[in-house]
Design a binder for this molecule. Structure first.
Ligand SMILES: *Cc1c(COP(=O)(O)O)cnc(C)c1O
Length: 222
């Protein structure tokens, strides 16, 4: 089932859009099935769960962290995480830099942008992001590499609204790239789109989609 689901999602993606298989709340057997079907990039959103799965899975898996990350837990994932999508505050970025230094790594991150009309979503608003990038703090972070932006759209059936939010983030990405990362080809990732809206995201500039339930089925929250 998982192999077929994966193939169906892949068939709808352009070759330049990367697929992160969001495996949170699914047992390691489900990840192994996806791995056997060729999937190497997995997204998790809870540190404890990720720490349980990581040693069990093959070492060529690329682990992405996609959920809200508490500063006191950065130390657990800094040694191996491939990409943190959810760098949502200057404080968290400082901690990632600190832990990256401790383990001798440069940690790739995406800055999470808050555009959805939901109180609970974390992230920089576009204005906060532009303000923070005007400062110097981030330039001295030797163990963090900012490689793009991540965003979630409002959870709604209104496709025009979703498209509008993705378009806002796409424009912000272009502005930020031109002003701050023009000479850094590594700044190229725009992580947008989940099971319900990844096709819209793909039409509005996404280069990386985070798809869970379409691949693994509904999550069972215990
Ligand atoms: C859970 C989650 C996803 C995947 O959600 P689906 O609707 O199951 O595809 C994507 N992004 C983030 C940040 C998530 O927490």
């Amino acid at each position: 089932m998982i192999a077929e689901n994966l193939q169906q999602v892949r068939d709808t993606l352009r070759p330049d859009v990367q697929l992160v298989a969001v495996s949170k709340f699914h047992p390691v057997e489900a990840l192994q099935e996806a791995y056997a079907a060729g999937q190497r990039v997995f997204g998790e959103s809870h540190v404890q769960e990720l720490m349980a799965k990581q040693p069990v899975m093959p070492s060529d898996v690329e682990w992405h962290f996609i959920g809200h990350l508490q500063t006191n837990k950065v130390k657990y994932i800094a040694p191996f995480i491939s990409l943190i999508h959810s760098a949502d505050s200057p404080k968290l970025l400082k901690e990632i830099d600190k832990q990256g230094q401790k383990c001798g790594r440069v940690v790739d991150v995406l800055l999470q942008i808050h555009v959805a009309q939901e109180e609970t979503k974390f992230g920089f608003t576009p204005d906060e992001l532009l303000d923070w990038l005007k400062g110097d703090e981030w330039k001295s972070m030797g163990h963090v590499r900012i490689v793009g932006l991540m965003a979630m759209a409002t959870n709604t059936d209104n496709e025009a609204q979703i498209a509008g939010e993705f378009e806002t983030v796409r424009n912000l990405f272009q502005t930020v790239k031109e002003h701050h990362f023009a000479n850094q080809p590594s700044f190229k990732t725009l992580s947008m789109g989940m099971s319900g809206d990844y096709l819209i995201a793909q039409e509005h500039g996404s280069t990386m989609v985070r798809v869970g339930s379409l691949i693994f089925g509904e999550r069972i929250y215990l």
